[in-house]
Design a protein around this ligand. Structure first.
Ligand SMILES: [Zn+2]
Length: 328
């Protein structure tokens, strides 16, 4: 199958050198604020600004002195994009705005857009930078206190570390791995489930978080069993995509129904998964309007297209709804 899988993952694109050496530099943000060529991505409530509200193909980056100096910032790295409006090597920062700072910068709320909405229309540099910035912003938002003693922690290393002033302990940005599994049976059909948190008729691949002390492969087999009652085997890694909603990386696997398993003995767990169905390729192609398939930003859609060997119909419903737990 020549249908490239990783090229179909909108949030796995990147064109930023994360430049980890500079993170630890003295007075990093003072230097960046004085750098008229540096560019800052303003983030407000998980959203970024679009440069052009009609086309929505590029993010709006601002000069460092456009924003208050006392806000939380993270150093993203150096732009590598040849086709961005800034030259290669431009230092990129993300700054998390308060409501007041956001309104002062851009009062028109329709110009603030979420990553899921923009994932497939942004260029590589902006898609990757937004994912990086959002993941870090989510981490700062939920890790303001020391897990040992509860004291407020201080930001270091360009926003990539938080340190406790009491005990000196450091905490680092978290990413929670989740597995998502494309299960096939002996007839070449794919197993899709409908999640309790979704609207009816919406189906996707089975997915769930990796548990502590567990390999990705074992998590893939366990999740399928928990959600469907079926045993699967031969998990094979396909690729991954960051999913910072709020803090995951989705790891895609294929697996096949284990020998001796009856594909009809489906047992939805009734809590997370309400319905399970096997679909042939022809059934997936003919499902337009009947079944709502995963949204364009998701790894689930890329995995289905990889299995199908062609893109899903352009007219297939675009579904930006909430994924369950870590992904969709
Ligand atoms: Zn502490």
């Amino acid at each position: 199958m020549s249908f490239a899988f990783t090229a179909r993952l909108p949030l796995s694109r990147h064109a930023v050198d994360r430049d980890h050496v500079r993170r630890a530099g003295e007075d990093l943000f003072e230097g960046l604020r004085a750098d008229a060529n540096a560019r800052v991505l303003p983030l407000w409530r998980g959203k970024a600004l679009v440069a052009d509200p009609v086309a929505s193909v590029a993010l709006r980056w601002v000069e460092p002195d456009r924003l208050p100096a006392d806000l939380t910032s993270v150093y993203l790295g150096l732009s590598l994009a040849e086709d961005a409006s800034e030259p290669v090597g431009t230092a990129l920062v993300a700054t998390i705005l308060t409501d007041e700072a956001a309104a002062s910068l851009e009062a028109d709320e329709s110009r603030w857009r979420g990553l899921r909405e923009l994932a497939t229309v942004l260029g590589d540099r902006d898609a990757g930078a937004f994912a990086e910035a959002l993941a870090l912003a989510n981490w700062h938002d939920s890790h303001g206190h020391c897990p040992r003693c509860g004291a407020p922690t201080m930001i270091e290393d360009g926003g990539w570390t938080r340190r406790c002033p009491n005990d000196g302990s450091q905490v680092f940005p978290r990413t929670d791995p989740a597995v998502i599994v494309l299960v096939t049976d002996a007839d070449g059909r794919v197993l899709l489930g409908s999640n309790a948190m979704w609207e009816t008729k919406r189906y996707s691949l089975l997915a769930g978080f990796v548990e502590p002390g567990e390999s990705l492969e074992n998590a893939a087999m366990r999740e399928v069993h928990e959600e469907s009652g079926l045993r699967v085997t031969d998990p094979e890694y396909l690729g991954s995509q960051p999913w910072p909603f709020p803090a995951s990386v989705m790891c895609g696997f294929t697996a096949r129904l284990a020998d001796g398993q009856d594909p009809h003995a489906l047992l939805p767990d009734g809590e997370e998964i309400l319905d399970l169905r096997w679909f042939s390729r022809d059934e997936i192609r003919g499902q337009e309007g009947e079944v709502i398939l995963p949204g364009r930003a998701s790894i689930a859609r890329a995995m289905l297209e990889h299995w199908l060997g062609e893109p899903l119909e352009a007219g297939a419903p675009l579904q930006p709804g909430e994924p369950h737990r870590g992904g969709a």
